[in-house]
Design a binder for this molecule. Sequence first.
Ligand code: PXL
Length: 277
Amino acid sequence: MHESTAPPTALTIAGSDSGGSAGMHADLRTFFACGVHGMTAVTAVTVQNTVGVTGLVEIPPETVAAQIDAVASDIGVGAAKTGVLASAATIDAALDSCDRHGIGRGGRTPFVVDPVAASRSGEPLLRPDALDALRRRAFPRATLATPNLDEVRLLTGIDARTRGDLLDAAKAIHDFGPEWVLIKSGHLLDDPECVDLLFNGTESIELPGPRYATEHTHGAGDVFASAITAALAKGASVPDAVRGGKRFVTRSVADAYPLGSGVGPVSTFWRVSPRSY
Ligand code: PXL
């Protein structure tokens, strides 16, 4: 009998998008494209298409924790990330489980906290009480926090509008306790480039990249954080994982495609089946 070797594994603690563009759907596609076995702890089910989110049902916090317990105790988690965490109760339950299994700072497993707060079309995906729980529970355990500029504003009150503001944003998020912070500058629409900033309290690394004129960027932040998580699951250092993730998401934005009558997704096809559809 032929026995093959298992690939590295990664877990996303995130919500689903019925339209297939963002959330755990984007995360799983990215894990697959990066050669990593993806697993999920689903936190919320959204009713969603390319136009917007019309419903959100939260999964009970104990079920979120049970999903993490189930995969961590049997399969093992090479690296983990978060997406939509829905509520303070879900964050507490998920972080309790992560603590039990050594996921996050102080444990064996790298942990990327992507503090998703709203949908691409602006609908809230987090209860207001969850912001404090992110600051109190999730960031102190994060190997890497990956906020965009809207999330920086919600979490810190800092309204970053230029490249020069990114370090202040990174310092303010770093004060909540993550080892590294990646400020994603995709929302700086006046900037001709898309330069993200990685910071660990002493070292700051600028990550230059092109900015593409596409409106189809749904799921870009999820794909970026997932590509980083996949690289961490393979044993990369945080700066190398972030550089690789930036290359992955940049190419995904370059190949973004229209879908429905609203905002289409960034593409993960290019890595696995270029031009075959
Ligand atoms: O892209 C952020 C995101 C994450 N997770 C879910 C979403 C969205 C954006 O719409 O719906 C479930």
